[in-house]
Design a protein around this ligand. Structure first.
Ligand SMILES: NC(=O)c1ccc[n+]([C@@H]2O[C@H](COP(=O)([O-])OP(=O)(O)OC[C@H]3O[C@@H](n4cnc5c(N)ncnc54)[C@H](O)[C@@H]3O)[C@@H](O)[C@H]2O)c1
Length: 381
C-alpha cells in the first residue's frame, strides 16, 4: 500500500504542550508507527514544519529529532502548498491572529484549547473556517483519557440509570516560584496575557460534560485569586491578576447537576489530579485520568450517621475496578489521527471550532457569573 506525506505547520512547539504532547507524543509518534492508516489501507506520514519566534530554540528541537524544516516566518510556511495543515499550540492570546492567517491561506486548521480568549473571537474563527471551507478542529484530549473512556462506556451501557449529579475535583498546588520553581508558565497567572483557571479549564469541562452527560444549560461560578503575587521564570515578582481557583455549578440538559472545583491552590488528597464522581439511580462511578471504579446499587452499603461511634466501614473497599478491556493510546495522538483522517477522507470529527467556541462561551459566562454573583443561562450558540 502507498505511503503519502503531508506537511504540517506546527506553531508553538517550544512550549510545554506543543513540544511534548503534540510534536513528540503525537506527530513524531505517528511517523514512528508508520503513519496514519486511512480507510483504504494506505498510510500518511506527517512532515512537521516547526514555526516559532526563537530560531535557536527551533533549531535545537529540529536537530534533536532530525526535523529538516523550521522557520520563524509563518507566512512563508503557510505559502508552501505542500503544507496542508496548520496547528497552533501558542499561548492562547496569540492564537486567533495566527489561525486566521492560516485559514486565509486555505490551510486546514487544528488548535489547542481555548480557541480564543473571547466567545466573539471564537465564533469568528469558526465562521471564518466554515466560510473558507477548511477542516477545523480543537484539542479535546480529556475525552481520550482511559479513565474517561471507561466512564463513557458505563454511560453508554446504561450503568447509571438516570444520572443525577457529577462532582469533579481538579487541581494541585502550583508553587509560587519563590522558594520552589513554579511548574506552570507565568502567563497562566496574568489575565492580561490570557491566563486564568476559568479560561484554561472550563473549555475542558465543557466538552467533557457535553460529550458524556449533555448540553450545559446554566453556570454559577465563583472564581478567585488566592495567591495574589508570584515569581516568574526570571525570578521576578509579579502581580497574579488571573483567577487561580474556580468553584463552579453547572446545570445540564435532563436535570443533571455538575459541580466542578478547579484549583492551582489545593494540595492533592485524591488518587489522581482530576476525578469525577457520577451518581445515578442505578449506580455510581469515580473516574480519574486512568482509573475508573464503580458501585452498583445492589452493592451499595447502608451507612448510618452516628458520630458517637468510630468509623469501621472502609467505604472505598466497596468499589469495583472497571476493567480496561482495551489498550489505550496517548489521547493527543488519537485525536491527531482522527483529525488527519478528517482532513484527508472526511472522517467524522465532532471536535470542531464550533464546539471550541462553546467551551470559550462557558468560560466567559463563568467569569461573568463570578463577577456578577449570579447564575447565568447558557444560550445555544
Ligand atoms: N490540552 C491541554 O490539556 C492543555 C494543557 C495546557 C495548556 N494547553 C493550552 O496550550 C497552549 C500553550 O500552553 P503551554 O502550557 O504549552 O504554554 P507555554 O508557555 O509552555 O508555551 C507557549 C508557546 O507559545 C509561544 N508563544 C507565541 N507567542 C507568545 C507570546 N506572545 N508570549 C509567550 N509565548 C508565546 C511560545 O514560544 C511557546 O512555544 C495554551 O493555549 C493552553 O491553554 C492545553
Amino acid at each position: 500500500m502507498s505511503v503519502r506525506t503531508i506537511g504540517v505547520v506546527m506553531n508553538g512547539v517550544t512550549g510545554r504542550m506543543g513540544y511534548r504532547q503534540h510534536l513528540v507524543r503525537s506527530v513524531l509518534a505517528i511517523n514512528e508507527q508508520g503513519g496514519v492508516t486511512l480507510s483504504d489501507g494506505s498510510r500518511v506520514t506527517l512532515r512537521p514544519v516547526l514555526v516559532g519566534r526563537n530560531a535557536d530554540k527551533l533549531a535545537r528541537i529540529a536537530a534533536a529529532h532530525g526535523i529538516p524544516d523550521h522557520t520563524t516566518d509563518l507566512d512563508a510556511a503557510l505559502a508552501d502548498d505542500g503544507n496542508l495543515i496548520y496547528f497552533d499550540a501558542q499561548v492562547t492570546s496569540a492564537r486567533v491572529k495566527a489561525v486566521l492567517k492560516a485559514v486565509d491561506a486555505g490551510k486546514h486548521v487544528y488548535a489547542e484549547k481555548p480557541t480564543a480568549e473571547s466567545v466573539q473571537e471564537a465564533v469568528a474563527l469558526a465562521q471564518a473556517a466554515a466560510a473558507k471551507g477548511v477542516k477545523n478542529g480543537v484539542v479535546q484530549d480529556k475525552l481520550f483519557l482511559p479513565g474517561l473512556l471507561k466512564l463513557k462506556r458505563l454511560v453508554d451501557g446504561g450503568f447509571f440509570g438516570r444520572i443525577l449529579s457529577v462532582r469533579g475535583e481538579f487541581g494541585y498546588w502550583v508553587f509560587e516560584g519563590d522558594w520552589q520553581e513554579a511548574q506552570r508558565p507565568s502567563w497562566n497567572y496574568r489575565a492580561e496575557d490570557g491566563g486564568g483557571i476559568v479560561l484554561d479549564m472550563f473549555p475542558h469541562w465543557h466538552y467533557v460534560m457535553e460529550n458524556l452527560f449533555g448540553r450545559v444549560t446554566s453556570v454559577y461560578a465563583h472564581a478567585t485569586t488566592h495567591i495574589p503575587e508570584r515569581v516568574d521564570e526570571r525570578g521576578e515578582r509579579y502581580a497574579a491578576t488571573a483567577d487561580d481557583a474556580a468553584y463552579g455549578i453547572f446545570e445540564l440538559e435532563g436535570g443533571v447537576v455538575a459541580q466542578i472545583n478547579s484549583s492551582w491552590t489545593v494540595r492533592v488528597n485524591r488518587d489522581e489530579l482530576v476525578e469525577f464522581q457520577v451518581d445515578g439511580t442505578h449506580g455510581s462511578a469515580v473516574a480519574g485520568l486512568r482509573d475508573c471504579r464503580a458501585q452498583h446499587r445492589a452493592a451499595t452499603p447502608k451507612p448510618v450517621w452516628n458520630p458517637d461511634l468510630p468509623v469501621t466501614a472502609r467505604f472505598r473497599d466497596d468499589w469495583q475496578t472497571v476493567p480496561d478491556n482495551a489498550e489505550f493510546d496517548n489521547g493527543f495522538k488519537i485525536q491527531w489521527e482522527l483529525y488527519v483522517r478528517h482532513v484527508l477522507e472526511d472522517a467524522p470529527f465532532p471536535y470542531d471550532f464550533a464546539s471550541g467556541a462553546r467551551g470559550v462561551q462557558l468560560a466567559e459566562l463563568g467569569l461573568r457569573s463570578s463577577a456578577e454573583g449570579r447564575r447565568i443561562e447558557v444560550p445555544q450558540l
